[in-house]
Design a protein around this ligand. Sequence first.
Ligand SMILES: [Ca+2]
Ligand SMILES: [Ca+2]
Length: 370
Amino acid sequence: MISLAKTTFLFLITLSAFLVISCNSSQEAKEQTTENEAKINFSTPEPPQKEPGMAWIPGGKFTMGTNEADAYPAEKPAVEVEVSAFWMDTHEVTNAEFAKFVEATGYITVAERKPDWEELKKQVPPGTPKPDDSVLVPGSMVFSPPPSAVPTNDITLWWKWVNGANWRHPDGPESSIEGKDNHPVVHIAFEDAETYAKWVGKRLPTEFEWEFAARGGVNGKRFAWGDELHPSGQYLANTFQGVFPHQNEGTDGFIGSSPVATFAPNSFGLYDMIGNVWELTNDWYDFLKLARIAGQAPKLDAGMNPCYNPDNPYAMEHVIKGGSFLCAENYCVNYRPSARQGTSFDSGTSNVGFRLVKDPERGVAIRSGQ
Ligand SMILES: [Ca+2]
Ligand SMILES: [Ca+2]
């Protein structure tokens, strides 16, 4: 699928490029149990010294990805992966937390800076003309739902490049985060998340770590909490009810982001691993990553570009996980631990945020198998 990228939208404005995406699914949620369903054997007990605001993720071998017939190709096949133990933020980084960082450092996010043509042109086909300077202004991508039903194969019908949109003004220059201190910060590019992480002494998770944590200690479940999207009619994550993109019914209580930790945590004590906002990981997005691990795709040699997305071949993307408040049953269906997408490294959107992890003190973490 074509992911959201600054270049995509800036060039749409000037070049009238036409995009079709394949992230369109009307598959019915399958009520099935997948492979290797079993409790995961954890590798490392929790240290006595706690980390405030973080949960202990005990590490171990687990089944990453899925073999479910209706899953997207990038989630397949299911493979066994091992992660070491780590600490993880119990919730997505909030506006209040990010504001403290900006206040202390004066940091200016990527969305607040004028786009640099010298960098942008590396992510578009060679020979692409420079957009007009009137287009190259600070901004970001904002979900802008159409008033009525539209075909779901063209993301430009609901994603708009908005000048002046950034973390302080998530829906555009007239909007604000007033009253949203406890909502996840959005319009965060990879550089923003990484700089914040260094400031707080943490790091972004790998996608393996993120999925291990989201699964909550059990292999082979379709959702983070089991095999049903709404067990006993309960809403366990902030997703999209209704018909995407125009009919957002908000039956779960929210049509946009929700305050972090509104919905129940998983068994590790982590909130909103599914839904609310997508979460950045440290890994480059390789469409074939799981297939490569399984030996079903060419291996990447040393020095080869680790980023491969056939639908966005010039962009360098990072993996995002967990889906967002825009994931609906008729579109995307990415509110599952195995779901993975790429997002351009120099772009944020109104539904992507992040949370961080931290390695245990030396001598406490023991890699499984050692
Ligand atoms: Ca919702
Ligand atoms: Ca999330």
